[in-house]
Design a protein. Structure first.
Length: 604
């Protein structure tokens, strides 16, 4: 990020400052009665206006709660303590990496970095030190903050030499009401605009790239979601997700904080613990627990699948309470994202919850959320990710002709649906990859009409009108809706002159009782260009083909799909495996999967 000279002068003190190697932050010990300032950012404006006694964060295991008033004071305390590590003016616009558990400490640290108008860079505690060193080196982080519980990990990361070794600061822990209640907190009228949020891509096509999201971008993303999904102070969101992804931090944390909702951390995900928490307010013996019902749940398909699988193991009373908890009258919104939602999971959840339909949406690190189904149940169409969200501009660019597919031109001259790459622009879209001008230039395309640049997502979709949709009063949820076909690079398979969506084939395979998990990939073929292969984990109870003890075979698969898919879409190869590796968000790296299972020569 290039910082204008004039702004750098504002952000820096002229006097020199000697930096020691490491500092220890002790938020518990700091108490002051002096006036404190926070930058004039919408997130701090919002938090100062929320009711101070209302709940902001809950630790699910202990039921410990932190109010918005406490949060505000602790953010100011953490901001001041960070100033003891590096002079405040030198942090403006710098990348500040941090290692923190899914907890109140993460929230305080994240907001305290934004309060310095620095760039908050969350690191995944689950990542090996080598990966974290790459991120620290590439980001040129000036400071690495860590909770005391992750201090050993942080020190291990810094054991080996880095191009620019960051200063290490250890956060001891945050105690409620650590700052005097009468401390006067003010919002400063000035803002440099240099702070923000930085995440690294999953690196499926190259080394992970740093995605810079300014505070204005993440605020636009949050406001778009507040309008679309109607976050309110009455909501309690159950947080089951990792926090080094856009889904976990923007959708499930930053946005509810902007809206005044409460967030309850229950991580790492455990199906039994999740069911017990959901059911707690509706169990007759849990009156003393005083747990609020969960009203908002956002997760990935893998989590919903594991919840469904675990439900049958619950005792009868817990099952009944859990069904009440996830019914539409209590759980007002359940969202699935980050990976395609199989029809079988969608239907099973709707049946179990007595009518609560999972809402699908589409987004990515570079743009936050871009498309979403609507709040009305009729506006949640199976297999669709809905409409462009408020403030998001979307267009489809034909993958064969490179022409824009205007509304009404979704069919070609033969009546077939035209597939196009999703391209986006608007205030929710990032501006650049960190220190990677080549990638930034390659992923944006100029508008011939003189408008802003479009970001090329690399995802392919079709767009169609569906009868009965548009029932919501939401103005943005109208018109034709989008159906994701897959990644341009790995999910669109060209075989025998036909284009096949790997996601479509996966959906049909997952509808078969024998199939527990699946990944459909394209392999090189001299005859067909590419041939379709399916990597499958069998359901142990349905694995037999019915002929003695013989395992389900490629012939059984083709026979089962014969009435569901055109012949050219049916996989020609079958590879049975014990498990399919996924990342924390339930996504599969298909290039690595193909390489591991079929060899280097099988990578198209």
């Amino acid at each position: 990020m290039l910082v204008p000279v004039a702004v750098r002068a504002v952000c820096r003190r002229l006097s020199p400052f000697s930096l020691p190697r490491a500092f220890r932050l002790d938020i518990q010990s700091l108490s002051y009665r002096m006036a404190s300032t926070l930058p004039n950012l919408p997130i701090f404006q919002a938090i100062t206006k929320h009711k101070p006694t209302s709940t902001a964060i809950v630790h699910s295991d202990s039921n410990q709660t932190f109010s918005y008033g406490t949060l505000l004071r602790d953010v100011v305390a953490a901001k001041k303590q960070i100033s003891q590590i590096l002079p405040e003016s030198s942090i403006c616009g710098e990348r500040i990496a941090f290692l923190a558990e899914n907890s109140y400490s993460y929230v305080v640290t994240f907001l305290a970095i934004l309060a310095h108008e620095a760039v908050a860079l969350p690191l995944a505690p689950s990542f090996p030190p080598a990966e974290l060193r790459y991120i620290l080196d590439n980001s040129q982080a000036k400071l690495l903050l860590s909770t005391s519980g992750l201090a050993t990990k942080a020190k291990e990361v810094l054991k080996e030499g880095l191009q620019r070794e960051p200063v290490l600061g250890v956060i001891e822990g945050v105690k409620q009401d650590s700052i005097s209640n009468d401390a006067k907190i003010q919002i400063d009228g000035a803002s440099s605009g240099l702070g923000g949020f930085m995440l690294y891509t999953s690196g499926t096509t190259s080394r992970p790239k740093g995605v810079l999201l300014s505070t204005s971008v993440i605020t636009a993303q949050a406001r778009s979601l507040i309008e679309a999904w109607n976050y309110t102070p009455a909501d309690l969101l159950l947080h089951l997700l990792p926090l080094h992804h856009i889904h976990g931090t923007i959708n499930a944390l930053f946005t509810p904080l902007l809206a005044g909702s409460a967030v309850e951390f229950l991580f790492p995900f455990n199906a039994d613990a999740t069911w017990k928490r959901l059911a707690a307010p509706f169990l007759s013996h849990s009156a003393s627990d005083a747990r609020r019902p969960i009203t908002f749940l956002t997760a990935v398909p893998t989590i919903y699948n594991r919840l469904l699988s675990a439900y049958d193991t619950l005792d009868h009373d817990l099952q009944e309470a859990a069904q009440v908890a996830i019914s539409p009258i209590n759980l007002r919104l359940n969202i699935s994202g980050s990976a395609a939602l199989p029809t079988s999971i969608r239907s099973a959840w709707t049946n179990l919850s007595h009518g609560n339909v999972l809402l699908e949406r589409y987004g990515m690190t570079e743009v936050g959320m871009a498309l979403s189904c609507g709040l009305h149940p009729a506006d949640r169409v199976d297999g669709s990710v809905g409409w462009p969200l408020p403030s998001v501009e979307v267009r489809l660019v034909d993958t064969d002709t490179n022409q824009i597919i205007s509304e009404g031109q979704e069919l070609d001259q033969d009546g077939r649906e035209r597939e196009g790459e999703i391209q986006l622009r608007g205030p929710t879209v990032f501006s650049e990859y960190w220190r990677n001008p080549k990638a930034s230039e390659a992923e944006f395309v100029r508008d011939d009409g003189g408008g802003g640049k479009w970001f090329k997502t690399g995802d392919v979709a079709i767009r169609r009108r569906v009868d009965g949709t548009g029932q919501s009063s939401q103005r943005w949820a109208k018109g034709p809706i989008y159906f994701i076909r897959g990644r341009k690079s790995v999910d669109i398979i060209k075989t025998g002159g036909e284009k096949v969506s790997a996601l479509e084939v996966e959906r049909e395979l997952l509808s078969l009782p024998q199939v527990s998990e699946v990944a459909v990939v394209g392999l090189p073929s001299e005859k067909w260009g590419q041939k379709i292969a399916a990597v499958i984990v069998l359901d142990p109870e349905q694995a037999s083909s019915g002929k003695g003890s013989k395992k389900w075979s490629a012939m059984d698969m083709r026979r089962a799909l014969r009435d569901k898919l055109a012949n050219y879409k049916i996989p020609q190869e079958l590879k049975l495996v014990e498990n399919i590796p996924r990342n924390a968000m339930g996504k599969i790296n298909k290039k690595i999967l193909v390489k591991d299972l079929f060899g280097e020569s099988s990578i198209s």
